[in-house]
Design a protein around this ligand. Structure first.
Ligand code: 13P
Ligand code: SF4
Length: 314
């Protein structure tokens, strides 16, 4: 079946079902087009909790995002089109490691990036996303009166929060990173800037410090989107230092502006594991338990608090 026919079928099926489709900006554009809501990881968590009224949510994103939605919405059914869609960064940090860091640094709050497992979140004091990491570090340090915090698993986001807040982040572990963002080098940026000298450079905080330092703007996917949306008419070209899905979205939404990827193949293959066939199947079979994300109740209960605390602080 062609993609256009599949999209039409999905839109038709959605009308009569108690289902909402949420999609992250990194999803294939065909999926973004059939979603009810698009967003970054913070926006989607909030939406799932505060705005979605349906019993079923199809979550087109990686597993930690669907898990977060499930933890926040124990009464709803969270479905993921492909179970293999997971974020490899989460594997850098285990619950055991968080416990060890906390023992080694008593009294220091453990801040865990949402790109982590539910078990890791359950051991944390608070969660954060790329859009609120700086604020959460500042708030926790102020509330607890500490001049340092534990932060994991992304060492680059930890470094960004440290750079912006002036508060030391002890990285759990020292080398956690995202394979998509950490591949961008200063040389890549210098080359692309030579070709497009007037373009503004927008990068995700998961990029390395030396790359971030060259940027005109550093922010989450939704923050980059909003930067472009609010940019003046004469600012019309942007180099995008994040996954290609966001660039594809912006090319459609802002056709008068030019978007250039910071380097070739900035693709999160883990995000691209969903497809329209799987979404159609879930709309037809929402009760198929093989696709439902369920976090063990004891872990969900403990992970709920740091996620909710993050939402309260954001
Ligand atoms: P956002 O918080 O910008 O959605 O980013 C999530 C992510 O996985 C970035 O790689
Ligand atoms: Fe994980 Fe990186 Fe993919 Fe984001 S882009 S989901 S951090 S692997």
């Amino acid at each position: 079946m062609s993609e256009i026919i599949l999209q039409k079928e999905i839109i038709k099926l959605k009308r009569n079902k108690d289902i909402t489709i949420l999609a992250h900006y990194y999803q294939p554009i065909q999926i973004q087009e059939v979603a009810d809501y698009l967003g970054d990881s913070l926006g989607l968590s909030r939406l799932a909790k505060e705005k979605v009224n349906t019993q079923y949510i199809i979550f087109a994103g990686v597993d930690f995002m669907a898990e977060t939605a499930s933890i926040l919405n124990q009464d709803k059914h969270i479905l993921i089109p492909n179970y293999e869609s997971c974020c490899p960064m989460a594997a850098y940090l285990t619950a055991e490691m968080v416990k060890e860091y906390k023992e080694k640094y008593p009294g220091i709050p453990a801040i865990v990036y949402v790109n982590s497992t539910a078990a890791v979140k359950a051991e944390s004091d608070i969660c954060c996303t790329s859009s609120n990491a700086v604020r959460i570090v500042e708030k926790m340090s102020k509330t607890l009166g500490t001049d340092q915090v534990l932060f994991g698993p992304d060492a680059h986001l930890a470094d960004y929060a440290e750079q912006k807040s002036g508060i030391k982040t002890i990285k759990m572990p020292p080398n956690g990173n995202c394979y998509v963002h950490s591949q961008i080098t200063v040389e890549d940026i210098e080359n692309i800037k030579m070709e497009y000298p007037k373009a503004k450079l927008l990068v995700h905080p998961e990029c390395k410090r030396e790359v971030r330092n060259l940027a005109d703007f550093v922010g989450s996917t939704a923050q980059m989107y909003n930067y472009v949306k609010r940019s003046p008419h004469q600012e019309n070209s942007f180099i995008i230092g994040t996954e290609i899905g966001l660039l594809e979205r912006m090319r459609i939404d802002f056709p008068k502006k030019q978007f250039i990827l910071a380097k070739e193949k900035l693709i999160c293959y883990n995000m691209k594991k969903h497809n329209l066939e799987l979404i159609k199947y879930l709309l037809e079979n929402p009760e198929d338990k093989n696709f439902e994300i369920k976090v063990a109740p004891d872990i969900a209960k403990r992970a709920y608090k740091p996620i909710q605390k993050m939402l309260d602080f954001s």
